[in-house]
Design a protein around this ligand. Structure first.
Ligand SMILES: *Cc1c(COP(=O)(O)O)cnc(C)c1O
Length: 402
């Protein structure tokens, strides 16, 4: 059957507007479309393809497990899930793991756990959740309500209640909002979708201290920042602040859907049998691929490589900006970088994205003012150089069209 980009407009729900080309094959950080055009991939499946496309070790993990056992449900446990959970707990603050299929589901579990924990330990009045403006936590109704962009949660009827928002990096505002009725605080230790905004280290420390003071659980949403993305295994490790609950997804599966919620034994015990669950969460296929991804990423050489590659991006982007004057700032960390557009180009990130696609470069935006790169953590330096050469052509074409 012949399908084309036009088929999308005929058969798909119109909630997305994908690029005009349809990719059919990928290898490392290169992707080919239906017409055989080759693209450099700085999008990484939105910070998911941590090891690029079709990494041989992940293909092996997938096909090996694919011949053994795909799915059981939560009525049975399985070896890949147990091994992955063991590794996640061995290498983080956490002692317990709950597996889900996506970032939103991991966050949904974290929020439900926090509410249940507070109810059982402190009583009904302790139910307020504080999150941050511009934050993003997924698209289920609870997580989108906790997310800090009302445009995404308005228009679907009554929202889950007792959710409040505060400006990111504003410790004074946070201090005036938190109280003994706060059950949890959910934050990204580097805001992704909201525009690649790094936290002020003193702000994160202050939030942790105030959570301690008011017995509120601190939930770090590391769905985008986790699994090597910032050059640390998890971003919290670079901030010297330990959360009570951490959620991880995106890069965790290297491209195979999986999410996880990590926490301590003390907190975890409040999700007793029957309180929460998932049919697919922790399925052997996803866990086998995630285990291999985790093994490869959790290596000092790979993590150091992420920092070196960040520098390469920053140096070349500075050169591009000296010539074309389009960015006010290059921000973010590791392989999660944002080019913030200056006033002359404000609101036009989509133009840069479309121009990049024209130049056979795949990239992302993070809001209307930021062009975002979230490539493979092991993208070869030559692909970074070639991709940025294409990006410079895209920038030049946007500038010329002004
Ligand atoms: C992408 C993202 C999510 C949602 O993950 P899904 O897998 O799309 O449900 C949640 N939180 C953050 C920080 C994200 O970047």
């Amino acid at each position: 059957m012949q399908v084309t980009r036009e088929t999308f407009d005929q058969v798909m729900v119109p909630n997305y507007s994908p690029a005009k080309m349809v990719p059919v094959r990928g290898l490392g950080s290169r992707v080919w479309d239906q017409a055989g055009n080759e693209f450099i991939d700085f999008a990484g499946g939105i910070a998911v393809n941590a090891l690029g496309h079709c990494h041989p070790e992940l293909v092996a993990a997938l096909t090996e497990q694919g011949q053994k056992l795909w799915h059981l449900s939560n009525v049975f446990t399985n070896e890949p899930a147990l091994r992955l959970a063991k590794k996640l707990t061995d290498h983080t603050f956490a002692e317990r793991v709950y597996f889900a299929n996506s970032g939103a589901e991991a966050n949904e579990a974290a929020l439900k756990l926090a509410r249940r924990y507070a109810l059982e330990k402190f009583g009904e009045q302790k139910q307020k959740i504080i999150a941050f403006t511009q934050g993003f936590h997924g698209r289920t109704f609870f997580t989108v309500t906790v997310g800090g962009q009302p445009a995404y949660s308005d228009g679907f009827g009554p929202k889950p209640g007792a959710v409040e928002h505060c400006d990111y990096n504003d410790l004074a505002a946070f201090e005036s909002l938190i109280s003994d009725d706060t059950c949890a605080v959910m934050m990204e230790p580097l805001q992704g979708e909201g525009g690649i905004i790094s936290p002020d280290p003193a702000f994160v420390k202050g939030v942790r201290e105030l959570c301690n003071k008011h017995n509120a659980l601190l939930i770090f949403d590391e769905v985008q920042s986790g699994v090597g993305r910032t050059g640390h295994l998890y971003a919290y490790m670079g901030l010297e602040v330990v959360p009570d609950i951490l959620t991880t997804a995106k890069s965790l599966g290297g491209g195979f859907p999986i999410g996880a919620m990590l926490t301590t034994t003390e907190i975890a015990q409040h999700l007793k049998p029957g309180t929460h669950g998932s049919t697919y969460g922790g399925n052997p296929l996803a866990c086998a691929v995630a285990e291999r991804t985790f093994d490869i990423v959790n290596d000092p050489a790979v993590l150091a490589g992420v920092k070196q590659k960040e520098q390469l991006f920053r140096d070349t982007l500075a050169t591009i900006n000296n010539k074309h004057h389009v960015f006010s700032e290059i921000r973010g960390k590791g392989m999660l970088l944002g080019c913030a557009l200056n006033e002359d180009f404000s609101g036009q990130s989509r133009l840069f994205l479309d121009a990049s696609t024209q130049q056979q470069l795949m990239c992302l935006v993070a809001g209307a003012n930021v062009v975002r790169f979230a490539p493979s953590l092991v993208i070869p330096d030559e692909d970074i150089a070639e991709g940025l050469t294409r990006f410079e052509r895209a920038v030049a074409s946007v500038v010329a069209a002004r």
